[in-house]
Design a protein around this ligand. Structure first.
Ligand SMILES: [Zn+2]
Length: 285
């Protein structure tokens, strides 16, 4: 039988851990070849002192260098066979000045980046490919661009892989929202106790994208409970970015209870699968 190969196209260092960390480790344990294509260097991440990219002393190149080392560590933890860095500059969130940096991923013509990705696909011939939906899951320009170049690259290769987008079922998203709102309330109470008054965050409805997927539209639900430790460690490897995240605040034990599944929606279906599968290589083994 042909070597099974999985390839995910991610936007930034740390996305591989948050949306596919469990899947990568499960597949590595099964002897599947796994490839990670990371499109940007993550220059718009937090600086070592927690500074945001609009701070005067924020140094994107320094941030990228730190994140490169963190990504190497996460790749080791997840047993990823090959890491390909496309090397584009992080475009930042929608409307940020970095969007128009000619070296940014967002400013790069889709066909140019798609050709680079197609060369990797032609070499690796992954049966299964994963990236984000047309909203880039949550609207980030680099995630949208990862979606666009993946669709374009698939048109350039001589076979049809099974393509999945990552997803979170609405029922789970509702539980996460409760948790975020709870955290926000706790932060506000802590601030109030210190006498700090903050304007409540008003979500920008115009920019909001549907992050959840109706539960019955989920096509793959992968049990990652056995590798939840590795997923936690891979996320923790990105400590310059997520030391403060809700995953890390959960702590390892609660994380292992909560983060037991990764979900995907099938976009191309050359093996004519039906219903929700529990194996991302269903139809190939
Ligand atoms: Zn990202």
């Amino acid at each position: 039988m042909d070597q099974l190969t999985f390839l995910a196209v991610h936007a930034h260092p740390d996305d591989e851990a948050s949306s596919t960390g469990g899947l990568y480790r499960v597949l590595a344990n099964e002897g599947v070849r796994t490839v990670l294509v990371c499109c940007t260097n993550g220059e718009c991440g937090d600086g070592p002192d927690g500074s945001k990219p609009d701070a005067d002393h924020h140094d994107g190149d320094e941030v990228a260098a730190i994140r490169a080392v963190e990504l190497d560590e996460a790749v080791k933890v997840l047993g990823i066979s090959r890491l390909v860095r496309l090397g584009y500059r992080d475009s930042g969130m929608k409307g940020w000045p970095q969007n128009s940096d000619p070296e940014s991923f967002w400013a790069t013509p889709v066909d140019v980046a798609a050709k680079k990705l197609a060369a990797v696909l032609a070499e690796e011939r992954p049966q299964v490919i994963m990236t984000y939906n047309e909203y880039g899951f949550y609207g980030h320009p680099d995630h949208i661009q990862a979606h666009l170049i993946t669709l374009a690259a698939i048109k350039l290769i001589d076979y049809e892989p099974t393509l999945y987008f990552n997803a979170i079922p609405n029922s789970v998203m509702a539980r996460f929202r409760e948790r975020w709102e709870q955290e926000a309330r706790e932060r506000a109470e802590e601030d109030a106790a210190k006498g700090i008054v903050r304007e409540p965050e008003v979500p920008n409805e115009e920019d909001s994208v549907p992050m959840g997927t109706p539960d019955d539209e989920i096509d793959a639900a992968i049990d990652v409970s056995e590798v939840a430790d590795a997923k936690f460690d891979a996320l923790a490897a990105h400590h310059s970015q997520i030391a403060d995240s809700f995953w890390m605040k959960m702590g390892r034990e609660q994380f292992k209870q909560v983060m037991r599944t990764e979900w995907f929606v099938r976009v191309t279906n050359p093996r004519q699968l039906e219903g929700c599968v529990d194996d991302i290589f269903a139809g190939y083994r």
